[in-house]
Design a protein around this ligand. Sequence first.
Ligand SMILES: Nc1nc2c(ncn2[C@@H]2O[C@H](COP(=O)(O)OP(=O)(O)OP(=O)(O)O)[C@@H](O)[C@H]2O)c(=O)[nH]1
Ligand SMILES: [Mg+2]
Length: 405
Amino acid sequence: MKKKVLLMGKSGCGKTSMRSLIFSSYRASDTRRLGSTLDVEHSHVRFLGNLVLNLWDCGGQQSYMDSYLDSQRSQVFSAVGVLIYVFDLHGSASEGENDQEWEKDVRYYRDCLQALHQYSPDAQVFCLLHKMDLIDSSRRKQVYASRVKELRKKSREIAQAAAGAPKASKSGGAGASGGGEEGGGGVGGFRIHCFATSIWDETLYRAWSRIVHTLIPNVQTLERHLLQFANICSATEVVLFERTTFLVISRSSRRIGSLTGASTRADGKTEYIYDEIEEGMEGFREMGLNRENGTGGSMSGFVSMDGAGGNGSLAEKGGKLNPERFEKISELIKKFKLSCSKLQSTFQGLEIRGPNYTAYIDVLTSNTYIMVIVADPRIQLAAIKLNVQLGRDHFEKLQAINPGR
Ligand SMILES: Nc1nc2c(ncn2[C@@H]2O[C@H](COP(=O)(O)OP(=O)(O)OP(=O)(O)O)[C@@H](O)[C@H]2O)c(=O)[nH]1
Ligand SMILES: [Mg+2]
């Protein structure tokens, strides 16, 4: 099953950088030498076996943008699964002359949304408010909130205008029900999901994990089986990562009934909350400390998992679990894998034994890694390993029979 993913935004906003970090073996600092993308760069990324992401990295220079919206309109905006629109907050975050940059950006965004409405009315839209690390930490929250408010307003206006206007003829006709859906939904049109991101910390992994999460077929089934596995292992938490990107695919927790950013439905299935009104500041998280301007971007220092503190700690002060802990692990393991490959060895797995927990990361299926966290000191690591070994066939089959949507 193929899903077309459009990556758009003005030139230099960081599209190719984020793609290279997530899907290729780039470090954040490597992106400084990237050149501007010419026209559209296509790549196919196999994700979880039968899901293939057809990524369109659309060069953002003005002449290209104009051409996507005009002569290439139907070709670019047809059959889109997800539009990821990247905004460069740096340079558009302060009032005054830089507002013109932001307004121009928003105009292009609006035009793209209109085209998407016309050709792919069922597409999901993600807005990444990027380069957050370049915004003064005291202003990030306020800048994010005001920009998101404006984007939501614009998106609603476009939806309402489109709902009022007669529908343009669509090439495939797949969106014939789009107008009715918008009307019935209460909040018209696309639901836009916003995230504050930076290539220098885990926020990028968080946003992309949420994006791919919406594309994975039958992810709820996977989550159910994962919860069952957690119960069998007496594990506190079990997390599934995609093997090459290390994006979080699924997670199950026995400690916390309802996961951060997710809700558990009456039928026991877990779903992310992506409601436009409920979302609020959902996409915003305070960023890692000492990482401004990329100075602390490399994997430096020790990461505590038990709340002992320190920058990059996976627990917050007072022992409260950091909601971003899994994305932080994605980021760290990805960097660790790169370091391993520099030493011409391959990353296979990880065992961490602390006073209050045991964490074990290992390959589960041909496309996934599993992380099992056990807090019960009576559970032996050997037992966890054996359970992972015994679970492999089951999860491999589950993945294989997973029908496409
Ligand atoms: N500080 C900071 N710099 C970033 C971030 N993301 C990307 N950059 C830098 O932004 C510059 C431009 O990034 P690109 O990824 O080439 O931009 P692009 O959107 O692909 O640009 P076009 O291909 O011209 O459309 C590079 O020097 C990156 O290192 C970020 O989160 N923070
Ligand atoms: Mg580019």
